[in-house]
Design a protein around this ligand. Sequence first.
Ligand code: NAD
Ligand code: MG
Length: 391
Amino acid sequence: MKHVTILGATGSIGLRTLELVSSFPDEFAVAGLAARGSNVDVLAELCRKHAPRAVALLDRDARDRLARLLPAPRPELLAGADGLVALAREVDADVVVSALVGGAGLLPTMAAIEAGRTMALANKETLVMAGSLMTAAARRCGVPLLPVDSEHSAVFQCLVGHNRGDVHRVLLTASGGPFREWPAEIFDGITVEDALKHPTWKMGAKITIDSATLMNKGLEIIEARWLFDLAPDQVQVIVHPQSIVHSMVEYVDGSVIAQLGVADMGIPILYALTYPERRPTPAVRLDLTRTGPLSFFAPDPVKFPCLRLARAALEHGGVAPVVLNAANEVTVAAFLDHRLRFVDIAELIERALDDVPPGPLASIDQCVAVDADTRRRVQGWVDARAGGSAK
Ligand code: NAD
Ligand code: MG
């Protein structure tokens, strides 16, 4: 029996993970659950169904409301950012699914790694922020970082059985998002509703906007660099609107190995939970006679400047990816709040990256400080642009 802790249990990845846990009752049990706490009724239901040993909620009031909904014996209930870290560190688990969204995942994910727990990593923003420190900690603690992100799971699968030294490059596929075919001239008028219509995947709001700006692919370049120890120019992006080929690895002899499947996050999540084994799933099977043609394009650098910004941050190194991520989180939240235009997202991220000092990222404390400072600065620009008031 594998005991699974899920950080971000009420999200798109978290709920899908819990569905899989329920589908294999002889194989998995829930150890701990963590979430923000915005939906206490859902959490109470998850606790009744999965009987976790502990639950951590960012929101302290939500913890108290959850306590009232769950009669004793109830799980240990923790609260606040410290509560999430304590859950990740102290609740015994064979695997921790890191599926919080954004930089909020950084400290709990690091705590789980330092406690020596196997990580199934969906929360790419944490690797973007602290890839060097996180991968070093994982090596030091002997912790595998198993990718959940579909492209990275694909690359991971294409690497099995090969020499890492023989990799020429990795080709990350991108659906291209909802605006792939929209002319650049009308990007000014993109609405939140337009941007939330992802053509192939159903995901949380933040990553859906990141997929529309292609920042998601930019973050994934950085994620791949750290997960697979690649040079930045060994990670390339190719637009593939059907989302059937989840990514590819090209070897030095010219062979290209791809991983294919239907667009269902259940497949990479389950592989991370059962690695190195596989399990039969009820997922829809891929039928290549019905998918229609598979097409591939180069991404448009003019319509999607976020790709260039992410690559620039990776090449600059040090704290630049922390700044990139924080500026992206603030501007995406403001766009979702109708306080910023779609095209302003890239513009403000570029402004935030303008004056990043050189030098390596020294510590998680520095990461947290730069993150907070960038959020403050970018929030100031957003407020100035939106006239200082929320709509
Ligand atoms: P989501 O918004 O659906 O869920 C986020 C979860 O994190 C929720 O449980 C929420 O309660 C919790 N949370 C949010 N902010 C928090 C905070 N400040 N403190 C504590 N908890 C907080 O997001 P998602 O789509 O499930 O994505 C989760 C992560 O997985 C992201 O990093 C995303 O990039 C990555 N990912 C998602 C998908 C997908 O298909 N959804 C695919 C690949 C990678
Ligand atoms: Mg992905």
